[in-house]
Design a protein around this ligand. Structure first.
Ligand SMILES: Cc1cc2nc3c(=O)[nH]c(=O)nc-3n(C[C@H](O)[C@H](O)[C@H](O)COP(=O)(O)OP(=O)(O)OC[C@H]3O[C@@H](n4cnc5c(N)ncnc54)[C@H](O)[C@@H]3O)c2cc1C
Length: 325
């Protein structure tokens, strides 16, 4: 049986942020991920300035493609609102592998299936033992299933569904575009250019409201695809991939003894723009702080709003979820 003081399940942004903070504090950490990195992760890869600050990341030191937009373009029916805002994009295929390596933590490819408490620690698949366990395994995190199913249940009304495709494309427009509520979609679609000639397009919506409308996301994808082809001359070369995750619910702490939930495992994406990378990183760092310094693990420092939490956030949240909590 291999032992470590802390085992982190999942090597995405939440897991690698936690691992890096723990390694820096001298803790003994092991990261388990079922995938071999670099691995494909469906995500538009938009990151905020807060992410760079939290990661202490200077874009000049980042060895892969990194693009900054000067404007975000919000589209609502015929309304077009360009907002001056410095935001960034990366490719998750590159970013996640780089973050995990930068954490300095050893990692193993292992699909975690079974977790049980053992005294004041945990045993995983009868192969690994730890005192502290960080669940950073995304939507299907086995730590959430084994230890938090009742205290931090999934709230169906807060589930998103997405379709997305990233492909090489010689884009001309270097800004990010978001189209809200087209044809009644309870969500939005996006165009996110990336450095070195990559483009990410996709569509996301609240699963239950979509179902209530008797619709399938693929119908909306077809609409997006034909609009991009007709208006922007972007030929979409392939079929999209699908993924589901949860936006922030009412739970304010996701800790049970020595076990913590972070990122998508805890359902922390923002309720207005469904941004999950920043909350994943911040919550991973907070879990590490709680282990190292004995501080509280609460989610107050992890934002639930991308648009500042004011009127715009509240309206967007309402428009997506119709107030479901
Ligand atoms: C289509 C789409 C577009 C998005 N666009 C954006 C965006 O532009 N900006 C943004 O901020 N957010 C975006 N998000 C949300 C964002 O991708 C997530 O919130 C973020 O990846 C969460 O990070 P995480 O570390 O919690 O989980 P993940 O990144 O999902 O990492 C979890 C890791 O756990 C591993 N794992 C899972 N199960 C096991 C197991 N049983 N054993 C071992 N390992 C396991 C997985 O292999 C994975 O590597 C998007 C999401 C989708 C689906």
């Amino acid at each position: 049986m291999r032992s470590a003081e802390v085992i982190v399940v999942g090597g995405g942004p939440a897991g690698s942020a936690a691992a890096r903070a723990l390694v820096r504090s001298g803790a003994e950490v092991l990261v388990l991920d079922r995938e071999r990195f670099p691995r494909h992760k469906l995500c538009a890869g938009w990151i905020t300035p807060e992410v760079l600050t939290d990661l202490e990341l200077d874009p000049a030191d980042y060895p892969h493609g990194f693009l900054s937009f000067r404007r975000l373009h919000f589209h609502l029916k015929s309304l077009h609102l360009p907002v001056a805002a410095l935001q960034h994009s990366i490719r998750r295929f590159e970013f996640d592998a780089w973050l995990l390596e930068r954490s300095g933590a050893p990692s193993l490819q292992h699909n975690v299936r079974h977790i049980e408490r053992d005294g004041d620690g945990f045993v995983i698949d009868e192969e690994f033992r730890c005192r502290y366990l960080i669940g950073a395994g995304g939507t299907s995190c086995p730590v959430q299933r084994a230890l938090f199913r009742e205290s931090a249940p999934r709230v169906r009304a807060l589930q998103t569904v997405t379709l997305e495709l990233e492909f090489e494309h010689d884009w001309q427009d270097p800004d990010c575009h978001l189209w809200f509520f087209e044809a009644g979609l309870p969500g939005y679609s996006w165009y996110v250019p990336k450095a070195r000639g990559w483009l990410n397009i996709g569509i996301g919506a609240m699963a239950r409201r979509l179902k209530d409308r008797g619709e399938d996301l693929h119908q909306h994808w077809e609409r997006l695809r034909s609009r991009l082809e007709r208006r922007l001359r972007i030929r979409v070369p392939d079929e999209p991939g699908g993924y589901s995750y949860y936006v922030r619910g009412p739970v304010e702490t996701v800790r049970s003894g020595g076990a913590f939930l972070t990122g998508d495992a805890a359902g922390l994406a923002t309720r207005d723009l469904c941004e999950g990378i920043g909350p994943a990183i911040r919550s991973g760092q907070r879990a590490a702080d709680a282990i190292v310094h004995g501080s509280d693990f609460d989610l107050h420092a992890v934002t639930g709003a991308s648009l500042g939490g004011g009127l715009m956030t509240r309206w967007m949240d309402w428009a997506f979820t119709r107030g479901a909590h």
